[in-house]
Design a binder for this molecule. Structure first.
Ligand SMILES: OC[C@@H]1[C@@H](O)[C@H](O)[C@@H](O)c2[nH]c(CCc3ccccc3)c[n+]21
Length: 447
């Protein structure tokens, strides 16, 4: 049964990808290795020892992939730029062939009336910078701002929507707290420093954009609404810590100019003293916020799970994706409304939303993925409800255009609207791609 949902006339419908997950050719045309190129080679770091060496071969197949986006009726395409193609040493002399790749991609998108939404950094840091301490080095903020400034000038006038960072929380939590992403650290001392430098880099890049960028600039965060496992005070306190650590840690400084108090409690004596001027820089106003939403979590107090002392409670009765994430569309609506209540009426984009399911193989050029169709349907309805209740939602980007390299899960998790046969690189649109094309054509009426 479809509902007649009305989205705003200028609502932007797109899909999202990221450089390391789809491009392949990591060392082509003067590019230097990234931290992920090296991390994939650490035994055990990635399932099945998969790497992004080929991925979806998008670096070579980009023109056909833009044609595919056109066929899918997409109005916008969110992608990231590989810093290590642009500045192989992370800083200094630009690599013209690296710049050419993104100039050509953006020109092809614009020629096909597909709006480019550019993410400057989606986790793949040049190894030269990783070797200088990466985001734990206070200079990282300046390396990032210089790279951003170069991209603003290079793509000036062709790109109207920029975002600085994709999910600084994941860079900090996975890379510096749990060591499951590069640089593979488990350091209570370095994690908050890295988070802070990510935010400083964001602030400096926004300042550089204000100086001579064109268009709009924002930040992309992952939000995961937290629900207490019980009404008890311990679970309420655990909820507050988990919510502060994942959802407020980056948005409070950007929009309110201060870190959540819970972070000092969580990190204890490892929580640094940050200069007031840093917080002023981080608060440089942005034009929009990108929200990546996938699931919620139910948390309980767990004194054995230091430093957060909050652990997730499995929702055994609920539907889950292949990532073991609960399917919980209501969480998307609550996220959007929470941001408006807490931070004001900043324009919002859902910059990622999607699901990995155990898809069948394509048959006669078709692939039935009813669970993914249902995931998109229920989440688009939730987004529409948020709109009706006042969310300043401007657009939606499905994750992802194609099956791709899912970080530590390698190619074993498929999020694509389009199936990729990695042996042949053949693309096959799934039923969810047809569903999404109808959603776009009807501007949300056919959901
Ligand atoms: O896991 C699916 C996608 C990734 O492929 C994207 O690169 C990344 O932006 C992204 N973020 C999230 C939600 C946050 C998260 C990241 C990693 C692991 C668990 C949760 C899900 N995803």
């Amino acid at each position: 049964m479809t509902h007649k949902l009305q989205f705003p006339a200028d609502f932007i419908w797109g899909v999202a990808t990221s450089a390391y997950q789809i491009e392949g050719s990591p060392l082509a045309d003067g590019a230097a290795p990234s931290n992920w190129h090296r991390f994939c080679r650490v035994p055990g770091a990635v399932l099945n020892g998969d790497t992004g060496d080929i991925a979806c071969d998008h670096y070579r197949r980009w023109a056909d992939d833009v044609k595919l986006m056109k066929e899918l009726g997409l109005k916008a395409y969110r992608f990231s730029i590989a810093w290590s193609r642009i500045l192989p040493n992370g800083q200094g002399k630009p690599n013209e062939k690296g710049l050419d790749f993104y100039r050509n991609l953006v020109d092809a998108l614009v020629a096909n009336d597909i709006e480019p939404f550019v993410t400057l950094h989606h986790w793949d840091l040049p190894i030269a910078l990783d070797d200088l301490g990466g985001w734990a080095n206070r200079d990282a903020a300046h390396w990032f701002a210089d790279y951003a400034h170069l991209m603003f000038r290079t793509l000036e006038g062709r790109v109207q929507h920029w975002t600085t960072l994709n999910e600084p929380w994941v860079i900090m939590d996975a890379g510096y707290m749990h060591g499951v992403h590069p640089p593979g650290l488990r350091s209570l001392e370095k994690a908050p420093v890295a988070a802070h430098n990510l935010l400083r880099g964001h602030g400096l890049a926004v300042q550089a954009f204000r100086a001579d960028g064109k268009g709009q600039i924002g930040l992309v965060v992952n939000l995961e609404p937290k629900y207490a496992a019980s009404n008890g005070p311990e679970d309420a306190a655990a909820l507050a810590r988990a919510h502060a650590y994942m959802n407020r840690q980056f948005l409070d400084p950007v929009f309110l100019g201060a870190y959540p108090d819970e972070l000092a409690e969580i990190f204890g004596h490892d929580w640094p003293r940050f200069p007031e001027d840093d917080l002023k820089l981080i608060r440089e106003p942005i034009d929009f916020l990108g929200i990546n939403y996938y699931t919620r979590s139910v948390v309980r107090s767990d004194p054995t799970a230091a430093p957060l002392c909050a652990s997730p409670v499995a929702q055994t009765g609920a539907e889950h994706t292949e990532m073991k994430w609960e399917v919980f569309p209501a969480g998307l609506k609550s996220c959007l409304l929470w941001v408006k209540r807490r931070y004001g009426d900043i324009p919002l984009y859902i910059t990622e939303n999607g699901a990995a399911f155990a898809d069948p193989e394509p048959k006669n050029g078709r692939l039935e993925d009813p669970r993914r169709v249902d995931y998109f349907r229920t989440h688009l309805r939730a987004a529409h409800e948020a709109l009706q209740q006042g969310a300043n939602l401007k657009g939606y980007f499905a994750w992802s255009l194609v099956d791709n390299f899912e970080w530590s899960c390698g190619f074993a998790r498929r999020f694509g609207l389009v199936h990729v046969d990695y042996a042949t690189q053949k693309r096959t649109p799934k039923d969810s791609a047809s569903f999404y094309r109808q959603v776009i054509e009807s501007n949300g009426e056919e959901i």
